[in-house]
Write a protein that binds this ligand. Structure first.
Ligand SMILES: Nc1ncnc2c1ncn2[C@@H]1O[C@H](COP(=O)(O)OP(=O)(O)O)[C@@H](O)[C@H]1O
Ligand SMILES: N[C@@H](CC(=O)OP(=O)(O)O)C(=O)O
Length: 425
């Protein structure tokens, strides 16, 4: 049994839905995959925007109407018969969305966010389910929230692996005996029945959860690139595709910010030796990249850029050394405000760390630590990582940049600099 994941780019319009059907029909009829789908195109961004507007008591009707029109245009192209049940299914989701937006209150931002942002995946999976059925590709639409149990860490629900595995193993094998399954990425549910999301771009992780719990033969994530490349082709020139790469290498690339794979995706697959294919939905016949247990010689250096970073430096107020106690209060505050450390460095009287420049979180952190430290900060900055670096790759990336902080180990070189004009890199 295989798991397939189609992201926003692979379901961004009617033609893209037809292409998903083409890819699915490449499988032999006896193969019944689990298909995990993300929200169409940039729908999640639009949902974030309208929730923000509703929360700030601004007018969100235009954003909502544009999103509704976008979905309706796709559905009208795919389903010429206006009485097709997909129309009622979508209307139900839009009614829920409208009602939930109207009821937004000025408290519990993160909890309300999840109840609204999750609609994108429900809409796309309903369209895909009905479209495939209409084309003779019978399938079962599954509400993944009944299976993926999380805690109530809103916007970044932490998975309860035991309950999730037990629920998936209880029901899915019997369904898959009969039909392929179409379900959503990115969303889950708490024990109390509230919807949660797994963190932006979390659908790859959802697909890995299904693959892990069902001990799938493989997981394929279908992307708009030919595979896992040594850099993002939107940001770097002359990229090369890895044919095969070890789990550990891919885990590290995703951790440092290679956004083609969500960072949590690879670890569960590695635990059960499930290969992960990264393939092009535009050229499904091409091999793409396989990530698995393998040994390889030194591979081409990979280049990773994290944009919009904030470099924070904490200085003791009395010129005293940075002690473990100081570090403890800094780490506690970072954890409390859910800021992830992208890089850190300690010196005699200061501690520096690079985090995503998420203004409300950074402000809350500074406010919390301002009594104890003199805090300096610098943003927006770029954090570059070169994995498996050599002198040529170092020169290529560092030349002409004003470096504020750098760090190197035997395999990895990282530096923080001000954004520059020489782009793509
Ligand atoms: N190392 C990399 N290899 C390939 N693509 C990358 C890499 N790093 C970043 N990307 C970007 O990831 C994009 C695909 O991921 P994403 O946009 O999340 O897809 P989807 O949302 O459709 O699942 C590509 O278009 C590419 O710009
Ligand atoms: N739709 C969600 C989840 C996701 O993973 O999307 P995509 O597969 O398009 O990156 C998001 O945009 O964050």
């Amino acid at each position: 049994m295989r798991v397939y994941k189609f992201g926003g780019a692979s379901v961004k319009n009617a033609e893209a839905f037809r292409n998903v059907l083409r890819i699915l029909t490449l499988l032999p009829a006896s193969e019944k995959p689990v298909v995990v789908v993300s929200a169409m195109g940039k729908t999640t961004n639009a949902l974030e925007q309208m929730f923000g507007q509703a929360y700030r008591k601004e007018d969100y009707t235009q954003t909502l109407q544009e999103m509704q029109r976008y979905h309706e245009a796709v559905v009208q192209e795919l389903f010429p018969a206006q009485d097709h049940p997909v129309y009622a299914a979508l209307q139900q989701q839009f009614t829920y969305l409208q009602d939930t937006l109207t009821a937004v209150e000025p408290t519990q931002f993160d909890r309300q966010y999840d109840q609204i942002i999750s609609v994108g995946e429900l809409l796309s999976s309903l369209i895909l389910h009905h479209f495939l059925c209409s084309q003779g590709f019978d399938n079962h639409w599954l509400d993944c929230r009944e299976y993926l149990r999380t805690d109530d860490t809103w916007r970044e629900g932490r998975l309860d692996w035991d309950v999730t595995q037990q629920q998936i193993q209880r029901d899915l094998p019997a369904i898959l005996e009969k039909k392929p399954i179409i379900t959503q990425g990115f969303i889950g549910r708490t024990a109390d029945g509230a919807t949660t999301t797994l963190g932006r771009e979390g659908s790859d992780f959802s697909a890995a959860i299904f693959a892990y719990c069902l001990e799938a033969e493989s997981l394929t994530i279908w992307k708009d690139v030919p595979g896992l490349l040594n850099a993002d082709p939107k940001l770097f020139q002359d990229t090369v595709r890895y044919e095969e790469i070890a789990y550990q290498e891919a885990i590290e690339m995703a951790y440092y910010g290679a956004s083609v794979i969500h960072p949590k995706t690879v670890q569960p697959l590695a635990q059960k030796c499930i290969p992960l294919y990264v393939k092009s939905f535009l050229h499904p016949e091409q091999p793409g990249t396989v990530i698995r247990n393998c040994q390889h010689d030194r591979i081409a250096p990979s280049f990773i850029l994290k944009q919009n970073q904030c470099l924070l430096s904490f200085h003791t107020k009395d010129f005293g050394f940075i002690s473990e106690q100081h570090l403890s209060s800094i780490f506690q505050a970072l954890s409390k405000h859910r800021l992830k450390i992208n890089l850190m460095q300690n010196s005699a009287i200061s501690f520096s760390t690079c985090v995503d420049a998420d203004a409300p979180k950074v402000e809350a952190l500074k406010e919390e630590l301002t009594q104890e430290f003199v805090i300096l900060y610098n943003q927006p900055l770029h954090l570059f990582t070169i994995k498996n670096y050599d002198q040529a790759s170092l020169d290529r990336l560092t030349t002409g940049k004003e470096i504020l902080l750098e760090q190197r180990s035997r395999q990895t070189f990282q530096f923080i600099c001000r954004p520059t004009q020489n782009f793509p890199h």
